[in-house]
Write a protein that binds this ligand. Structure first.
Ligand SMILES: CC(C)(COP(=O)(O)OP(=O)(O)OC[C@H]1O[C@@H](n2cnc3c(N)ncnc32)[C@H](O)[C@@H]1OP(=O)(O)O)[C@@H](O)C(=O)NCCC(=O)NCCS
Length: 209
């Protein structure tokens, strides 16, 4: 049994808590709020504040640390800090998620309830695969991608670093979504999406970039 620190005390922090509790692996869980963000109330759990601790001594006092924010850039920044301090990244996977034995989920990822990462798919460092999302066979996700709840990705689609796939979007097979692209909630993506582009609608079209 281990001590877990969830770095992030907002909404993503609370769903990560739920996931960690379901794993039944940790006998103690605490939060560390971001210096850049406020914390929400999380009854029964201690929330330390980043600005009140010495990270280089505080973080190693936990067995495992997971960064929990839907903000891809902030998650990347905190994971870089963990790497700089030599703190190994862990992966949090809800027991109801299905990860194919032939898929790869990299360190620092969170895979939430009922998500699927199917055969030959690969998920980069520090990604979130949120509740009920489907990353189908042979998809490749770069680092720090946020796959929101109920996203459906068909096979062989590639997603660049720090892309944001909004809730309930559908991406057909064999497409490429560029780095830091944003897919709007409920969009149906039927063409490649260039890096940094924001698309929404059915079929998805650029709304800004
Ligand atoms: C796509 C998105 C990022 C755009 O946000 P934004 O830049 O603030 O855009 P705006 O709200 O100013 O909307 C710009 C236009 O796009 C349209 N639009 C925005 N999001 C849309 C969507 N998901 N589907 C269809 N049209 C959308 C708006 O209606 C507006 O159209 P108009 O100019 O004709 O009025 C945002 O709307 C979205 O879908 N975010 C996903 C959030 C999410 O999945 N959260 C889950 C967290 S777990």
């Amino acid at each position: 049994m281990k001590k877990l620190l969830i770095w992030g005390a907002g909404d993503q922090g609370t769903v990560t808590l739920d996931c960690a509790l379901a794993m039944n692996t940790y006998d103690s869980i605490a939060f560390l709020s971001f210096a850049e963000r406020g914390a929400r109330e999380i009854p029964n759990y201690i929330i330390y504040r980043e600005q009140d601790v010495e990270l280089h001594t505080f973080l190693p006092s936990f067995d495992e640390v997971i960064v929990a924010t839907g903000d891809n850039a902030l998650r990347e920044q905190k994971v870089s800090m963990l790497n700089a301090l030599g703190i190994p990244l862990v992966t949090i996977i809800h027991p109801t998620a299905y990860i194919s034995p032939f898929a790869q989920v990299s360190a620092g990822c969170t895979v939430l309830a009922f998500a699927v990462v199917h055969i030959n798919a690969s998920v980069g460092t520090g990604c979130i695969v949120n509740t009920g999302a489907i990353v189908e066979h042979d998809c490749v996700l770069g680092d720090f991608v946020n796959v929101c709840p109920k996203v459906s990705m068909a096979g062989h689609t590639t997603v660049g670093k720090k892309a944001f796939l909004g809730i309930g979007c559908t991406i057909i097979n064999n497409l490429s979504v560029g780095e830091e692209a944003v897919i709007g909630a409920g969009a149906v993506v039927i063409r490649d999406v260039p890096a940094h582009e924001v698309v929404a609608g059915v079929p998805a079209k650029r709304i800004q970039s």
